[in-house]
Design a binder for this molecule. Structure first.
Ligand code: SF4
Length: 327
C-alpha cells in the first residue's frame, strides 16, 4: 500500500483510518504526511522522479496518506505542466518498484488498477498476454519500433508480453490515472495551517521553475508542417512526448538550422527534462557525438506509420516534412 497508494486496499485503508477532507488537514498530527506530500511534488519538479526509500515503507501510514495530499496540492496549483510532471514522476517511481518487485508484485498492481492482462500456463510456465485491441489502446506505437504491432509476437490472436513490458504498460496507465486525479478541482482557499504554508511554498517553487522556461525561441513559420506545429505546441505545454515524437521534433529543428542552445530551450519544458541526458541525446541526433552520424527527419510515410501525421491541404503530394510550404 505504501508503494502503490492508489490501489483499492490503500484507498480503503485511508477511508477506514483517516476519512477526512484534505482541507481539514492543517493540524500537527498530519505534519509528516503533509511534509512528505510536499516532498513528493518538489521531487517531481526538481528530480523528475518521486523517490521511495526504506523509511517510506517503515512509516507506511504517512506514505499512504501523503499521496492523496500530494495529488491535492498539485491540483490546487492548477497548472497542466505540473500535473504532467507529477503524474510522470509518480509513475516512474512505480515502474522502478515493480521492476525490482518481480512478477507477483507487477500482477498485483495490474489487478489493482484493472489492467486487462491475461495470465496463461504455457509449457509449465506462467505467460502474459494482452488482447490486440487492448494492446493498441495501451501501447502507443510511437514509443519505438519494438512496440509496433508488426514487431510483436502474437499467439492465438493475443500479444505476448514480458514481465517488464507489462510493468512499462502499467507505468503508462498509472500516469494516466494519476493525471486524471490531479485534474479534479481543488480550491486552496480552505487550506489551513501547515497545509496552507506548504501550498504557498510549492506555488513559489513552481513559479520559479517556470520562470526559467520563459526563453521559448522557436516560432511557427509559414513552412512549418502541421505535424511539427502540433509537436511544438504539445512540447510547449509540457506534455510528455514519446521517444519518436521527440526525435522528430529534434531532427526537424536541427535540419532547419536551430542551434544547441535553442534546442535545449525547447526541450527544457519536457516533464522529465534532465539537462545532461537531453544535451547528450540532442548532440547525438545532430551528429556531434559518437559516429558523428546526423539523424534525418522521418519521412511522411514513416510519420504516418507512427500515427504522427496530421496533414492539411498543403501536404498533398509531399513526401517529406521538409518539403512543406504554404501557398
Ligand atoms: S504529410 Fe508529411 S508534412 Fe504533412 S503532416 Fe503528414 S508528415 Fe507532416
Amino acid at each position: 500500500m505504501a508503494k502503490y497508494p492508489f490501489l483499492p486496499e490503500a484507498r480503503q485503508f485511508l477511508a477506514d483510518y483517516f476519512d477526512i477532507d484534505i482541507r481539514e488537514l492543517g493540524g500537527e498530527e498530519y505534519k509528516g504526511a503533509i511534509e512528505r506530500a510536499f516532498e513528493r511534488v518538489v521531487q517531481a519538479i526538481r528530480q523528475k522522479r518521486v523517490v521511495f526509500e526504506s523509511r517510506n515503507m517503515i512509516d507506511y501510514k504517512t506514505e499512504i496518506m501523503s499521496f492523496p495530499i500530494a495529488v491535492g496540492l498539485t491540483a490546487a496549483v492548477n497548472d497542466d505542466m505540473l500535473r504532467q510532471m507529477f503524474s510522470i514522476a509518480e509513475a516512474k517511481r512505480c515502474f522502478d518498484l515493480m521492476a525490482t518487485g518481480g512478477l507477483e508484485e507487477i500482477l498485483e498492481v495490474s489487478r489493482g488498477i484493472g489492467f486487462p492482462v491475461i495470465e496463461k500456463e504455457r509449457g509449465g510456465e506462467r505467460t502474459l498476454f494482452i488482447s490486440i485491441p487492448n494492446y493498441l489502446r495501451h501501447s502507443p506505437q510511437f514509443w519505438g519500433p519494438s512496440w509496433k504491432l508488426v514487431n510483436r509476437r502474437i499467439i492465438d490472436g493475443k500479444v505476448l508480453l514480458a514481465a517488464l513490458e507489462l510493468a512499462r504498460l502499467l507505468e503508462e496507465s498509472i500516469r494516466e490515472q494519476t493525471l486524471e486525479r490531479t485534474k479534479r478541482s481543488m480550491a486552496p482557499d480552505g487550506f489551513a495551517g501547515l497545509l496552507r504554508e506548504r501550498f504557498q511554498a510549492l506555488t513559489q517553487e513552481w513559479n520559479s521553475y517556470k520562470a526559467k522556461l520563459e526563453t521559448w525561441v522557436i516560432e511557427e513559420r509559414r513552412d512549418t508542417p502541421p505535424c511539427v506545429i502540433r509537436l511544438l505546441s504539445r512540447q510547449k505545454n509540457g506534455e510528455n512526448l514519446s521517444h519518436m515524437e521527440r526525435r522528430t521534433l529534434a531532427t526537424y529543428l536541427i535540419a532547419i538550422g536551430r542551434n544547441m542552445g535553442e534546442l535545449m530551450d525547447v526541450f527544457r519544458t519536457s516533464p522529465d527534462f534532465n539537462e545532461r541526458i537531453a544535451r547528450y541525446q540532442l548532440e547525438h541526433l545532430a551528429g556531434l557525438r559518437g559516429a558523428r552520424r546526423k539523424y534525418s527527419v522521418p519521412s511522411c510515410r514513416t510519420m504516418k506509420t507512427y500515427g504522427l501525421c496530421f496533414p492539411d491541404q498543403w501536404c498533398d503530394n509531399i513526401k517529406h516534412p521538409l518539403q512543406y510550404r504554404i501557398g
